[in-house]
Design a protein around this ligand. Structure first.
Ligand code: 7PM
Length: 284
């Protein structure tokens, strides 16, 4: 399944087109307090905007704005805190750049406010399982990414366990996709994500990536996030700061296996690598 199936129309992300006819890059914009600490020369907001601008110039197709840390062991964040972090950034970016913006949240109130401020895609690591999230997302009418996670961020890496990891991830994602469609979400608005690192051992992650083509065969566009993740540390023994090259390799493998949107920190390098990947995929 290295050949991308036909995708004649872009996704409509709140009026902004997102083409998925070839593998594209989603740039990560974390607006948690630990990100963009630069000793106070810029405000967090200005630094976030500068970073988003740079990712857009480097060829990102969409910017994913997140105000909740889903890092393993992270503490929950209140709705007001999340709104205070993401809304000013989404408003400013929506006015300044043409790209679609994604909101990385599980909270229905944040989804509503973010889409009102210009966000055009909902990226929910809890796959709309929080109370009210499915209804809010269906009403908002924007495309959705449903991600698989075993457990909760606080505890998910303690003892991940599966019989058949691919079958279980796929069954979960297809159940959530069916629930969305039952709530009125059009099938074309649904993206699926196996959730690399979210309640998975290194072996689970490697097996999911090796067999990602089987998940792609379900027919929904796949989004994947592998950038700088701990499986690289486990396989190569590299700290987070030294994971660029293996992250690009994983992005290429995912794209070759059929993924359409690759969520990364290092946009320029990944865009170049995926450009070569797309050229090979498009060849006779
Ligand atoms: C620590 C560990 C900090 C992991 C941040 C993370 C995904 C996502 C994240 C993903 C989708 C990161 C992750 N990962 N959303 N949000 N898919 N859809 O590496 O894989 O950014 S947070």
């Amino acid at each position: 399944m290295n050949q991308a199936p036909a995708s004649p129309m872009p996704l409509d992300c709140n009026g902004r087109p997102l083409w998925l006819d070839r593998p594209q890059v989603m740039g990560v914009l974390n607006v948690t307090p630990d990100s963009f600490s630069d000793g106070g020369r810029f405000s967090g907001r200005d630094a976030a905007l500068a970073h988003a601008r740079a990712m857009a110039e480097a060829g990102a197709a969409v910017i994913d704005v997140g105000g909740e840390s889903t890092r393993p062991g992270a503490a929950p964040v209140s709705e007001q805190e999340e709104l205070d972090r993401v809304l000013p950034v989404i408003e400013a970016l929506a006015a300044e750049i043409e790209l679609p913006l994604s909101i990385d949240t599980s909270k229905p109130g944040v989804m509503r406010a973010a889409v009102a401020a210009g966000a055009g895609l909902i990226n929910d690591v809890r796959a709309l399982r929080e109370p009210g999230a499915l209804q809010a997302a269906a009403e908002l009418g924007v495309p959705l990414c449903l991600m698989h996670m075993q457990g909760e961020p606080r505890s998910m890496q303690q003892a991940p366990s599966y019989g058949d990891v691919l079958a279980e991830v796929q069954a979960f994602l297809l159940e959530r996709a069916a629930a969305c469609q039952a709530a009125g979400v059009p099938r074309e608005h649904i993206l699926l994500d196996p959730g690399f690192g979210f309640g998975k051992t290194v072996e689970h992650n490697l097996s999911l990536l090796k067999h990602l083509d089987r998940l792609a065969a379900a027919g929904y566009p796949l989004l994947v996030g592998l950038s700088r993740k701990s499986l690289i540390g486990a396989v190569l023994g590299l700290p987070v700061a030294d994971r660029l090259h293996p992250s690009v390799a994983l992005a290429v493998i995912a794209a070759w296996q059929g993924a359409r949107l690759i969520r990364v920190h290092d946009v320029a390098a990944t865009v170049q690598a995926l450009g070569m990947c797309a050229a090979v995929q498009a060849a006779d």
